[in-house]
Write a protein that binds this ligand. Structure first.
Ligand code: VGL
Ligand code: ZN
Length: 209
């Protein structure tokens, strides 16, 4: 597969809190960094996303009395999984992992900053309608094929890939450059959505083949 000038590498949420030792550690989360750094030179355009929550965010179990992390609640926009507090604005956990050295990245897109809505996807918040602005940015810059890597495969990476397809953009998830949370069958669920939506799952090695 040949990367060209209309392609963008979307690096999702490679932040301390999603890596080992973090507040919402994804197993092997830091292992995505090596493959991301290996493919980065192939891309002319790189965009980073940063999960960026206020301390009282509605996705935090601590914001709902009697609830524990990984429980689910019904919010105005539908079911929301509750998480341990993570990626709090300005905290060390919200920083990018220090080994994620991508100074050439052209945009850092923060998401999940509205207290009452979570945002897994880089394109739309969890109400599926509030836009982050990324679609407009990519459109205005003529960036049309989306390659995804980062954390977590079955949440923010997966939802972003599905929304890319919803916007009519080709989407390639680079599986070996992602790690999953795998909560209650979430990997199988997202992969069946990938099939339905036409998200391609590829390997970083395919970019050099
Ligand atoms: C994520 C759960 C909560 C992710 C973010 O980056 O996949 N997951 N916030
Ligand atoms: Zn979050």
């Amino acid at each position: 597969m040949q990367i060209d000038t209309h392609d963008v590498l979307l690096v999702i949420d490679v932040q301390n809190d999603f890596c080992p030792g973090g507040a919402l550690a994804v197993p092997g989360g830091d292992e995505v960094i090596a493959p991301i750094l290996r493919i980065a030179p192939e891309f002319e355009h790189i965009v980073l996303t940063q999960d960026w929550h206020p301390a009282n965010h509605t996705s935090f179990a601590t914001s709902h009395t009697g609830k524990k992390p990984f429980d689910s609640v019904e919010l105005g926009y539908g079911a929301q999984t509750l998480w341990p507090p993570h990626c709090v604005q300005g905290s060390a956990g919200a920083e990018f992992h220090p080994a994620l050295h991508l100074p050439q990245a052209e945009l850092v897109l923060r998401k999940g900053f509205r207290p009452q809505i979570d945002s897994y996807s880089a394109f739309f918040e969890n109400d599926r309608t509030t836009p982050t602005g990324l679609a407009g940015y990519l459109h205005e810059r003529g960036l049309s094929r989306i390659f995804l890597a980062g954390l977590a495969y079955d949440y923010c990476v997966g939802y972003s890939a599905l929304d890319a397809r919803r916007l009519g953009l080709p989407a390639f998830v680079l599986r070996d450059a992602c790690r999953a949370i795998d909560l209650k069958g979430s990997v199988a669920a997202i992969e069946s959505e990938f099939n339905r939506a036409g998200v391609s799952v590829a390997d970083t090695a395919d970019l050099f083949a």
